[in-house]
Design a protein around this ligand. Sequence first.
Ligand code: CDP
Ligand code: CDP
Length: 219
Amino acid sequence: DRKSFVVALDGPAASGKGTLGRLIADHYGFAYLDTGSLYRGVARRLLDAGADPGDEAAAARAAKEFSLDQIDGRDIRTREVGAAASKVAAMPSVRAALLDFQRRFAANPPGGARGAVLDGRDIGTVVCPEADVKFFVVASPEVRARRRWLELRAARPSLTEREVFEDLAERDARDAARADAPMTRAEDAELLDTTHLTIEAAFAAARRVIDGVFQRCEG
Ligand code: CDP
Ligand code: CDP
């Protein structure tokens, strides 16, 4: 049997990775993993326990004990969880504890799927450097802030677009500057700028790239 076909999606917050990842996974019958949910899940646990997200020993323990079912039904999309997630994500012990799960998911996708789509910050560089297709998904900071604000404001009507802009800027800067697995475009990653693209147009562009790789694999 064939090795799993892996699609890596990296890039800054709210660039459209998750939306694209789910569409790609559905279309090709691949399994999908939002790796940000792992870091958010660890952060959520620490915040719930009243622990300081800067406490590396506590964060490493939470990461070692983490499993996806812990976040079922939990709200991990809040700005507090996002901020804490990017703090724990800078800790090498936390990243190391979550690495195996991500690699196993890619190599052996659940449900017997023929491939896997993973989205995050370091998929194409660290988690799956041998991925079959890599995208680095970007969009202007203003457009990303607007998109995320539109998602969050229903739950928090007092939240301003400016606050979301600042949250994302702070998180992106931390994610790009950390020593361990920083957010960077892999040399062989296709740059996908979604600033002026609808979801459908971004998905079509991604499909063209993936179909091209499929043809090369099979021809
Ligand atoms: O996963 P990531 O944080 O990169 O972004 P996302 O959750 O996929 O997208 C953030 C928001 O932007 C979602 O509400 C998407 O519907 C929206 N979006 C968009 O309006 N246009 C795109 N081309 C991509 C995403
Ligand atoms: O959805 P959004 O793009 O806002 O963030 P996310 O993908 O849910 O990731 C939350 C945080 O987890 C990021 O700001 C990163 O600090 C961290 N993360 C990471 O370090 N490596 C990954 N592969 C995925 C997420």
